[in-house]
Design a protein around this ligand. Structure first.
Ligand SMILES: *Cc1c(COP(=O)(O)O)cnc(C)c1O
Length: 369
């Protein structure tokens, strides 16, 4: 009999036993298109402005930061615009921490969450770690969400929290406001619209921010990790009714946002025009990948995000490895026959298309040989 050691020997919670941590491989490859970061370098002057701002607060690090991050939340409200004020904004270390706080406040033991899969894998994982039961909701063959079927799933499972990711990761699919309204009308619990990719949506794709007035259980989450190109900063935020922000203040750790994070996020928001100037170019590369897909015998799911879900691969794992062998790292999201590919710079798209050409040609030569 083997003696348990390491993790297996610890009295860990049973639902965590045998689990592997979330994590895309962080490999040192020239072309990294696997985590939906913004590949463009930061705008001129931003690094210097950050260094200066950090220098200015460094002397005060003997004191705790502003626990409520009022100045940052005010700036975030200014970025989102409209009628939103500081009382309706909340910020944390990445939108993942925002989601965790939401589940700590509104999920938990004896409660459940529902999301429309395939979607962001962290939604079920954070549910698990907060002892919230998970339910899969339905998507259609084109990865869209049908409002009537979605409402039906909510009626059946009575979740305390519903996740709607729009545009969806890993499919890129935007969700109509009609669908969100139908889900909200049926749900008794919180409805969280994860808009991590909102800035990349094609013109005419409305944000759920427009639905907030009069809907106290609706939450819209955003992040600076994607369009803002600030994944390393760890800054996510939400907009919701002030009562939702009050609820999160019951579960957040005191001083969860460091003084450094707060000041750097504010400097980055001041550079938003320069930072977001890359969005149009990233969308061009996305559309280039979509247009090229049929050339390789592949099909692209229409995308409103900074990535494309490509289908038609003979085997996701083998195609992923074959692309990696050609120096292009993409994401195997566990949907058979599909790979998710981040849109980056024109040079990265060139390398990707070369890689796809080589991989699909080698495959068909192999098959006919
Ligand atoms: C990338 C991503 C996030 C962002 O997480 P951060 O913690 O803000 O970096 C949130 N939701 C979805 C759907 C994502 O794809």
């Amino acid at each position: 009999m083997s003696v348990p050691y390491g993790l297996a020997a610890l009295p860990i919670r049973s639902e965590l036993r045998g689990r592997t941590p979330y994590g895309a491989p962080q490999l040192d490859v020239a072309v990294r298109l696997n985590t939906n970061e913004n590949s463009w370098p930061l705008p001129a002057g931003l690094a210097e402005a950050i260094a200066e701002a950090v220098g200015a607060v460094a002397g005060g690090l003997n004191r705790y930061p502003d626990r409520d991050a009022i100045a940052l939340r005010t700036d975030l409200a200014g970025y989102l615009g409209g009628e939103l004020g500081v009382a309706q904004l909340w910020a944390a270390n990445g939108s993942n921490e925002i989601l965790q706080q939401l589940l700590q406040a509104f999920g938990g033991s004896g409660r459940s969450a529902l999301g429309f899969t395939p979607s962001y894998s962290m939604h079920p994982l954070i549910s698990l770690s907060t002892s919230t039961t998970w339910h899969d909701g339905p998507r259609e063959a084109d990865f869209g969400i049908d409002p009537a079927r979605a409402a039906c799933a909510v009626r059946e499972h009575r979740p305390d929290v519903v996740f709607v990711t729009s545009p969806n990761n890993p499919t890129g699919t935007a969700v109509s406001l009609e669908t969100i309204e139908a889900v909200y009308a049926e749900a008794a619990g919180m409805v969280i619209v994860d808009e991590a990719y909102a800035e990349f949506a094609r013109p005419g794709t409305p944000s759920a921010l427009t639905l907030l007035p009069g809907r106290e259980r609706l939450v819209v989450t955003r992040t600076m990790s994607k369009a803002f190109g600030m994944a390393g900063l760890r800054l996510g935020y939400l907009a919701a009714a002030p009562a939702v922000v009050d609820a999160l203040q019951l579960v957040r750790l005191p001083y969860h946002l460091s003084a450094l994070t707060q000041v750097v996020a504010r400097v980055a928001l001041g550079y938003r025009d320069q930072l977001l100037a890359t969005v149009a170019s990233v969308c061009d590369q996305r559309d280039r990948i979509v247009a090229a897909a049929p050339h390789f015998g592949l099909n692209a799911v229409p995308s409103d995000a900074n990535f494309v879900l490509l289908g038609g691969f003979w085997n996701s794992r083998e195609a992923w490895q074959a692309l990696l062998d050609r120096g292009v790292l993409v994401r195997d999201v566990g949907i058979p026959g599909y790979l998710r590919i981040t849109a980056g710079t024109p040079a990265e798209t060139d390398a990707l298309l070369d890689g796809l050409e080589g991989v699909t040609r080698a495959r068909s030569a192999h098959r006919s040989g």
